[in-house]
Write a new protein. Structure first.
Length: 226
């Protein structure tokens, strides 16, 4: 899952980005409102964490432009402004949640998980796909109740596919969702990662199908008939 963090306090942003990356999120960081607006208009994100006091373009204006473009991604406002009127104004403008600084990392991550689930129309933290179960909070997976050993990148790939069962996603979408701008990733690297993940899932009837020229999708193999 890919998050845009718009925060001009470099120390705070570094701490937030580190914590979110440790939880397997891809985080792109911008320090001013103009850059945030530009990236939101041209890139796909699953969530934006938006400070209000950004230079060049205030966070509220970034939010207004985002909603004017009919972009529906969840927006979490992170601000030192505590006034009730300000919170109401931002929520009415289209924000999905509002946290006042300073904020506990555990609460921030819980709000992030909830907003991403809501944005993906996945109401529960547990996902089931055939014999596969995923705990999107604890970042754990099981095949027929047997723990599945995954690397952080394999987990992120599996979660991305599992929230889009039977929908084809392109290699470019996978790269955009799972890798930051500072990582040079080729389509061939995605193929190798999918191959390793496929080998772990297929014994339980969970298939990663490759559609030539389009991408990949996750499906459950039908049980053999009697």
């Amino acid at each position: 899952m890919r998050i845009l963090l718009a925060e001009d306090d470099s120390m705070l942003a570094d701490g937030l980005a580190r914590a979110l990356r440790q939880s397997s999120y891809v985080v792109d960081w911008v320090q001013d409102g103009k850059q945030a607006d530009s990236w939101l208009a041209s890139q796909h994100y699953d969530l934006v964490i938006l400070d209000l006091g950004l230079p060049w373009l205030e966070g509220g204006e970034v939010l207004r432009r985002l909603r004017d473009r009919r972009q529906r991604l969840p927006v979490l406002i992170l601000s030192a402004r505590e006034a009730l009127e300000e919170r109401v104004r931002l929520l009415d403008l289209g924000a999905d949640d509002y946290l006042v600084k300073p904020v506990a990392l555990s609460e921030l991550e819980a709000r992030v998980r909830a907003l991403i689930r809501r944005g993906l129309a996945v109401p529960e933290p547990m996902l089931s796909v055939g014999a596969l179960r995923l705990d999107t909070v604890g970042k754990r997976a099981w095949l027929a109740d047997v723990p599945l050993e995954l690397t952080a990148r394999e987990w992120a790939s599996l979660e991305y596919l599992a929230t889009r069962v039977n929908r084809v996603v392109s290699k470019e979408q996978i790269i955009d969702a799972l890798y930051g701008w500072d990582q040079e990733i080729t389509p061939n690297a995605v193929e190798k990662s999918m191959s390793r993940l496929r080998a772990k899932l297929e014994p339980a009837g969970i298939l990663i199908r490759a559609v030539r020229g389009l991408g990949y999708f996750l499906e459950v193999r039908d049980a053999p008939s009697d």
